[in-house]
Design a binder for this molecule. Sequence first.
Ligand code: NI
Length: 396
Amino acid sequence: MTSAVSNETIERVRAVRREIHRFPELGYNEFKTAALIERELVSLGIEHERITPTGVKAVVRGALPGRVVALRADMDALPIPEQSGEAFASEHAGVMHACGHDAHTAMLLGAARTLHEQRAHLAGTVVCIFQPAEEGPEPGGALPMIEAGVLENPHVEAIAMLHVDVRLPAGTIGITPGPVNASADEFQIVVEGRGGHGAYPHTAADAIPPAAATILALQNIAARETDPLKSVVVTVGMISGGYRNNVIADRVQMSGTFRAHDPEIRQGLEARARRIIDGVAAAYGVRANLEMIYGYPPVVNDGPLARAFATYMRTHSALNVESPPPTMGAEDFAYFAQRARGVQVRLGVRNDARGITMPGHSAQFRIDEDALAVGVETLVGFARMAATADLAALVD
Ligand code: NI
């Protein structure tokens, strides 16, 4: 599929991906995975260091002058019992690489190898970031690596990542300027009334009707208060309250997630929610409390850099380059993209003929491994293009 990446490298990427797939590890516990990454880097002779307990930074130095660019892969798995039917399915009970992070890690190793082998003709420096805990727990693996200095010494100016995407067929990559993933913030609401006998509601202050009214009213944030051309999701995912059928509930707890692409809209959500929650509580004569737990910011691709990279790949590869619509999923690559000029690239892994259609986070999730070569070529392409790009001229 590509001339720039050797068949030997692609075969190694496939083998490494399957090995990682067999031994998936949850966030912050990627000790075997980190050791495997280091084993590969040692065998390739690539300089590297463990900068957080399971986070690895590798550096490939080109012989020619150029910028410092970074490539980032996540490496953690999910608490899902695998039902993919693959010969190399998980051997860790209840844990599965159901989001493609095994492939992300293996492809970054393949890109590092390719760039290292070609370093005599390579411009600039490429920092390869193997990041734990993208799926959490909070605060995710990106921030601790940034705090440990992964973007400094040398100072990174541009960064890219790949994410497998079952919306796109293998052989296609997706590069979309602007927002591509949403913020993901958790809210917790407690409605407090006064309990009593279910037969005598006038002697109590029932917490359940105001909780129900609050859920409905919160949807107004999305339905009536947000520009319909912008994206907001309000999901109440959990509710609990009450004791038995003839007891008036004194307390209802709810929690949910806010999602948004636009940082300004995201910032306004807490105040809107508070106004609704307090207003409903006052109307029903109960008290209510809102607590926000802020998570990942939205991933906003650098527009000019994303467009320049799409043009580069259309010119320098035979790949199909599309601009898929953004998703409301979240990614802690957002923190990298706040500090360097960032591009998230979607990697098509769908193959209808082979029945590879299940989405990420499904127990039946699989990828078309033909996409591995595409991913390596894409990462190598970004490093080459960004290391020599006139970034100052790439502005809106
Ligand atoms: Ni993922």
